[in-house]
Design a protein around this ligand. Structure first.
Ligand code: BV8
Ligand code: ZN
Length: 287
C-alpha cells in the first residue's frame, strides 16, 4: 500500500461533489454494511477541546507540534508535562458532544442490523469512549494513559489523576508568557513499578504509530463501503491518507467540516458546519 503525497495525483478530483445532500448520503449509507468514521480534533471542538490548527493550536508561546515530539520531551520534560497536564485537565472534565453521541448511537444501530461500524480517531481525549462508542481505534494514544520510559520496564498504565503529580499542580496555565521555573526530573511523574520517568502514552511527531493499530486501521480502510471523515484538516500522516485511499477505491467519502481542507476535492459528500449539528442530521439520529 502506498502512503504519503505520492498517492495524491492518483486520486482524481471527485467530479460531482454533493453539498448538503443529506438524502443522497442517507441512501448510500443505508446500502453500506461496513462503515468507517475517521475523526480529528474538530469532532471534539464543541466539547471545548482546543483544536491544533485553530486558535486553540497555541499553548503559551508554543505550537502543539513544538511540544509533541521526543526531542521536546528529552530536552524539556517538565515543559512537555505541563502541556499535557493542561490537556489532561481539559479532557478529563470535557463531556461528549452531539457528534460523539450520534456516532455512539449509530454504532448500536449498525450492531442491530449486523453491519460493521468502526471509528478511527486521531484524538487522544477519550471522548468517543466516554460517549459509549466501543469500536474505537486510537491511532495516536490517549491522554489518560502513561508509559514508563525505562526501556527495561515500558509499563503502560491508565492514569486519571489530575494533577498526575504534586509538582504539576497549577502548572498548566496556557496564558503564561515566559516559562515557569523548571520542575526537577525527580518530581515529575514516576512509574509505580520501577520509579522510572513516565511520559504520556501519545504518538509524537516523528514517532511511528503502533504497527498493530496501524494495520487494523489500514484493513478497515481497505474493506469499508463508505468513510465519514469528521473534523480533521487531514494534514498529518499516515491518518491523512486514509480517507483519500477510500476515495481512490471508488467508495463514497462524506466530509463533515467547518471548512474546505486540502483533501476535500477528493470526497463525494460535503456537509459544511459544526459536526455536532450536521452529523446527527446526516445519520438521522435523534440525540
Ligand atoms: C510517522 C498526538 C513515520 C499528539 C498527533 C518530518 C519529520 C518527522 C515526521 C514527519 C516529517 N514530515 C512528515 C512527517 C510525518 C508526520 C506528519 O505527518 N507531519 C505533518 C505535520 C506533515 N507524521 C508523523 O510524525 C507520524 N509518524 O509518520 O511515523 C515517520 C517517523 C519518522 C520520520 C518520518 C516519518 C506521527 C503523527 C502523530 C502525531 N501526533 N497527536 C498530541 O495530541 O499531543 S497528531 C495531531 O495533529 C492529531 O492527533 C491529529 O492527527 C493532528 C491534528 O489534526 P486534526 O485532528 O485534523 O486537527 P486540526 O486542528 O488540524 O484540524 C481540525 C479540523 O476540524 C479543521 O479542519 C477544522 O476546520 C475542523 N473543525 C473545527 N471545529 C469543527 C470542525 N469540524 C466540524 N465541526 C466542528 N465543530
Ligand atoms: Zn517502569
Amino acid at each position: 500500500m502506498i502512503f504519503g503525497k505520492q498517492l495524491m495525483p492518483l486520486v482524481i478530483k471527485m467530479s460531482k461533489r454533493q453539498l448538503n445532500d443529506f438524502e443522497a448520503f442517507r441512501k448510500v449509507l443505508s446500502q453500506s454494511k461496513n462503515i468507517v468514521a475517521l475523526t480529528g480534533a474538530g469532532v471534539s471542538a464543541e466539547s471545548g477541546i482546543p483544536t491544533f490548527r485553530g486558535e486553540g493550536g497555541l499553548w503559551r508561546k508554543y505550537r502543539s507540534a513544538d511540544l509533541a515530539t521526543p526531542h521536546a520531551f528529552y530536552t524539556k520534560p517538565h515543559l512537555v508535562w505541563e502541556f499535557y497536564h493542561y490537556r489532561r485537565t481539559i479532557a478529563f472534565n470535557a463531556q461528549p458532544n452531539d457528534a460523539h453521541k450520534a456516532l455512539a448511537k449509530y454504532e448500536k444501530l449498525c450492531e442491530e442490523q449486523g453491519h460493521k461500524f468502526n471509528i478511527i480517531t486521531q484524538n487522544v481525549d477519550g471522548l468517543h469512549t466516554k460517549a459509549g462508542s466501543r469500536n474505537v481505534i486510537e491511532l495516536h494514544g490517549a491522554l489518560h494513559k502513561v508509559v514508563c520510559t525505562n526501556v527495561k520496564c515500558g509499563t503502560v498504565a491508565e492514569n486519571f489523576d489530575d494533577p498526575i503529580c504534586e509538582a504539576l499542580r497549577g502548572r498548566g496555565d496556557p496564558m503564561v508568557r515566559e516559562d515557569l521555573p523548571m520542575i526537577d526530573k525527580k518530581d515529575l511523574p514516576k512509574c509505580k513499578k520501577c520509579s522510572g520517568l513516565l511520559r504520556p502514552y501519545i504518538v509524537w511527531f516523528g514517532e511511528n504509530l503502533d504497527p498493530d493499530i496501524l494495520q487494523q486501521a489500514r484493513d478497515l480502510v481497505e474493506e469499508c463501503d463508505i468513510c465519514l471523515v469528521i473534523g480533521t484538516s487531514s494534514v498529518v500522516y499516515p491518518a491523512a491518507m486514509f480517507a483519500p485511499l477510500v476515495a481512490e477505491r471508488g467508495k463514497p467519502v462524506a466530509e463533515f467540516n467547518l471548512t474546505e481542507e486540502p483533501a476535500s476535492d477528493l470526497f463525494q459528500f460535503h456537509f459544511p458546519g459544526p459536526c455536532g449539528s450536521t452529523l446527527p442530521r446526516a445519520l438521522n439520529i435523534q440525540i
